[in-house]
Unconditional design. Sequence first.
Length: 296
Amino acid sequence: MSYLCALFNREGWLAFIVFVSAPVFSSAQGNNIGDYSSLDNRAQSLSERLNAHEALLAEILSRPDPTNPSPRPPRPIPPQSVPPAPQPGIIPGGRLPAPRYDQSQTSDTSTPTPASQWGKPEIPLRNDGYYLGIVGGNVLPLDGAVRWKQSPPASGMASVPMQFDKGYLAGVLLGRDFGFIRVEGEHNAIHYDQKNGTGSAGIHPVLFRCIFEKEVGTRVDLRAGVGAGITLAKLNDGSNSYRDGSFCYDFLLGIGTRFNKTLSMNFDYRYFLTAASDHYEQLRSNLLTASLQFDL
């Protein structure tokens, strides 16, 4: 009995809740549908009003202007004066002129100079042209002899051998450098003594020489040359003096080094000899010379 009462009470409450909520739900659904219909109607009305407004504006803009019925012609533009051409050397407006390029010349595609070589232009050390020099050296003479014509009743030439000690050389020269060949003239004073100390020899040759040079570096040249000329020699054997002139020759091998564009030094070996004369035999010497050269 108690179970049936409880079941009845539960089913009764459920029926009561359904009965009460049904009208509320139906009224709410009806209100939502009504609100949606109202918004749709308002949007359609707004769109129609906008279309009508646009049509009215288009019609108003197409009407003629009542205050200015005839259009005015455009005002003529006054002619502008041509600005004067800029004079050479004057920049108008304080602006730099545009650079001009010669289109006929091809662009330079050479490799740019490294920054480390800026300010160091390459200057050739050799200067073809005239030069002036001074010469000094050591003389290693070979044995010689003086001779004279015997008086009657003897006939022929008599000679006395002479042995010489080493001596010195000093001179000046003037020449012209043509690049690979030099032509120069030189005057020397050669002096050496007799070994026993009683006599001496003095030779003053004037030589014209041709020298060939071979470059082996920026500052170094190899030299080879030959010269010929005349000489005046004086020999003293301690009791008599013998003076005479003859031809002379020399052969040169050496090396040259250049300090700068105008100054160089040459170190040479020369073999010098004279022709025999009526008063002396051939005079022969080995010469070790150094010449300081100044380019003119």
